[in-house]
Design a protein around this ligand. Sequence first.
Ligand code: NDP
Length: 257
Amino acid sequence: MRLSGKTALITGGNSGIGLATARVFLEQGARVAITGRDQATLDQAVSSLGPDAVAFRADLLDPGATEAAIRSAAEGFGHLDIVVANAGIAGSTPVGGTTAEQFERIMTTNVTGVFLTVQAAAPYLRKGASVILIGSVHAVLGAPGYAAYAASKGAIRAMSRVLASELSLAGVRVNVVVPGATRTPIWSRFGRGPDGLAKLEPQMVRAVPTGRISEVEEIANTILFLASDDATNIQGTEIVVDGGLTSSPSGAPIYRD
Ligand code: NDP
């Protein structure tokens, strides 16, 4: 068991990557607190995850609620060893068709919400704790229509380095997992409809050298590595899980076929 005796907080633990990470952490012996906005999926998640999981409802757009949820989770466990600041939203913000509110909602959720999560958890982090932020390949892709989402994930990269240097003093590591396209509900959440991913996937995979998108377990297992004592001297860096999309695009089917 790689997380035996450890305690973990996972924001957005009621869906997608966060839920898969909660499952993997529990399998490895951790106690896990998850947060999210939707009470029904929080309840479903806790009943499927079992007795070592607890859930707290909190909207990242409400700093007071987020702080209270993190305080309750941390005080319930006594301390925190792992924080996965995973909750986030995607969204289309094309030039010429985006309001300030639409842009700011993405930035506030994905950047301010992540900062406030780490800040609220910091007093409870023990020496040796691991904080994992979730970036995105959009930070470097330049995909049209995603200015706010790309900016928010570029900010995660920049902010993680600052947090790593600040929290090093307390013996806390801060790293980023950078997923490429991964099979989660996020694809049906931002106006692409319930089969949004099904329509996009055949086109997207042509640009991926491995020829496929990621499954949630592949991201969760990378988060597990950074959370575990296998990564005790890895600080302030990123692990990209994108099938080579950003590192070796010339190997993609689009160039080979
Ligand atoms: P999902 O949509 O499946 O999950 C998102 C999670 O974030 C949900 O649990 C949701 O809770 C929570 N969340 C969203 N907004 C808020 C908020 N305001 N307050 C509290 N919780 C919130 O998406 P993924 O699992 O795919 O995404 C997880 C992370 O991975 C995100 O940061 C995303 O940007 C990143 N990512 C995902 C990729 C992909 O292709 N799937 C690729 C690259 C990065 P609730 O359901 O209760 O609203």
